[in-house]
Design a protein around this ligand. Structure first.
Ligand SMILES: [Zn+2]
Length: 527
């Protein structure tokens, strides 16, 4: 019988064995094994909770060892496993047989068990390392069961521990345990059962009933959104206020299909680690949509902090990161997005340790075309000087700009009719996107926006006429190799949208249009 717990280290973490030794001496409790202050304080919480739950604190010297000693232990999730190990060594609760049990949970002085962050990661790691059962706070049960099924059981009060452990002692039988656990936890909330699907809820997702049909006369903008969504291409929208940039961005998430199970687990794990998963939540099944304000700190955007928390870019994993008024974020913050965009993960160094989080997000950005915002407006005059314009666009930086696949000027709609009859709706667009994603999946595991040089060569071959068009664009627009590759990928997506196996000249010409307006062509010449 072994009690283990878990400590988060960024997205990853370590299984920690909790051992207790009782010996003669002056009564007291010592915790060894690199505990942080929260874990040291656990001594007092454990003592009070044990007493207030009807147990007694052994009048001996108590030594609690958290192994391996070299891993820093942080947070309050060690309260419950420490209390459990103590009560078991002192024979106040039955030892549940030859099992490895993961226990996580914070204790209130009353003995009530409080939810903790990172339960999904803990359960996942524990099962992989051979744990037989996972005891988690009641509020975390649905989350734990998304990966552990009935191997996860809940505890809402320390006083319930003898009952739970004696059930385990009577033989670990999955069905038996899970049936009995209902009586222990009083779980009548419909959360029981190992079908995670029943308890799924959505988090991090902007719930909008917003429809693209409301963008009247903006079919070009809608088309670009559809291409970007279908191929996972990063998109920059620029133009005067009121053109529909933000409207389009807010509707964009509804174009994307649900996450598959692997992606769901990864996204849920990040929210769980960050403590951003509401109590009682199951798997996140919709692509997240994150829209941080431009006053966001670097830590908030990229991740970090004392306990190394995920940032917005990780909360947007497998979903969308929307930067409204993107240039207001400032050059340094924008540049810090470059590496995560390239690698799909973010690395954070803190006091000699390296942490990482996944950050495979699709970037959506919206900005005015000039500092005053009037550039591109038909009936008002922009007074910005060329120098001001240059400085404004320089914030985005050439290297960062190069990574944005599509840039679209968004003019004010000149449509006088308010009829939505001929415009595409979100339902129509998302159906097209889903079909196009399916075509990509049949070809390989990557979306077009993520293709590497090898796949590019394989999937994006051009006919001679196509090559000629691309070469001409490369010369006239001064496109970098990366930009040329990007045009190829977008062409592939457009061809897929049209269900064309071959990339045709039209597809390339449309893709080139999306690639214009870079760092050297920032002027938006109003027609
Ligand atoms: Zn201006």
């Amino acid at each position: 019988m072994q009690i283990v717990s878990f400590v988060n280290r960024g997205y990853a973490g370590d299984i920690v064995t909790v051992e207790v030794d009782l010996r003669r001496g002056i009564p007291g409790m010592d915790v060894v094994g690199l505990p942080d202050s929260a874990v040291k304080e656990a001594r007092e919480r454990v003592r009070a909770a044990v007493r207030n739950s009807g147990f007694r604190v052994p009048r001996q010297r108590i030594l609690i060892n958290l192994a391996p000693a070299g891993v820093k232990k942080q947070g309050a999730a060690f309260d419950l496993p420490m209390a459990a190990a103590l009560l078991m060594v002192d024979s106040q609760v039955p030892s549940p047989g030859a099992y490895t049990i993961l226990i996580v949970g914070e204790l209130e002085l009353s003995g009530r068990v409080r939810p903790v962050p990172g339960v999904l990661a803990a359960v996942h790691a524990a099962l992989q390392s051979g744990a037989h059962i996972c005891v988690v706070p009641r509020e975390n049960l649905i989350e734990a069961r998304t990966v552990a099924g009935t191997k996860a059981v809940a505890l809402s009060h320390l006083a319930e521990m003898p009952h739970l452990f004696s059930l385990m002692q009577h033989g670990y039988q999955k069905s038996y345990i899970s049936n009995c656990v209902e009586s222990v936890t009083g779980a009548n909330d419909g959360s029981a059962g190992d079908s995670p699907g029943t308890a799924d809820r959505t988090t991090g997702q902007l719930e909008t009933g917003l429809d693209f049909a409301e963008l009247i006369g903006q079919e070009q903008l809608k088309r670009a959104c559809m291409v970007a969504a279908a191929g996972r291409h990063h998109l920059l929208l620029f133009g005067p206020p009121g053109g529909g940039k933000t409207m389009a961005a807010l509707r964009f998430p509804n174009l994307l299909p649900d996450l598959d199970r692997t992606a769901s687990i990864a996204v849920t794990r990040i929210y769980s680690i960050g403590g951003a998963l509401p109590a009682g939540s199951g798997l996140i099944t919709r692509p997240p949509f994150r829209a941080p304000h431009h006053t966001a700190s670097r830590e908030g955007l990229i991740g970090g902090g004392g306990n190394v928390q995920p940032g917005e870019i990780s909360y947007a994993h497998h979903g969308l990161l929307f930067l409204d008024e993107a240039l207001e974020f400032g050059n340094r913050l924008l540049q810090s997005l470059r590496e995560p965009i390239e690698r799909g993960i973010v690395q954070i160094a803190r006091s000699g340790c390296h942490y990482w989080f996944p950050a495979q997000f699709q970037l959506l950005m919206a900005t005015n075309a000039c500092p005053c915002g009037k550039l591109g407006q038909v009936d008002s005059l922009c007074m910005c000087s060329p120098l001001e314009l240059h400085r404004y666009w320089k914030k985005i930086g050439a290297a960062f700009c190069d990574r944005i696949d599509m840039r679209l000027p968004v003019e004010l709609s000149r449509s006088v009719t308010l009829s939505t009859e001929n415009g595409l709706t979100t339902a129509q667009m998302s159906r097209k996107v889903a079909e196009t994603i399916q075509i990509q999946q049949q070809r390989g595991s990557l979306r077009n926006g993520d293709l590497g040089p090898t796949q590019l060569w394989e999937y994006c071959r051009l006919a001679e006429s196509g090559e000629a068009i691309l070469n001409k664009a490369v010369q006239s627009l001064g496109l970098s190799t990366r930009a040329a590759h990007s045009v190829l990928k977008i062409s592939r997506t457009i061809a897929d949208l049209e269900q064309s196996p071959h990339i045709k000249s039209d597809h390339i010409m449309e893709a080139v249009q999306y690639r214009r307006y870079g760092e050297s062509d920032y002027y938006w010449k109003a027609a």
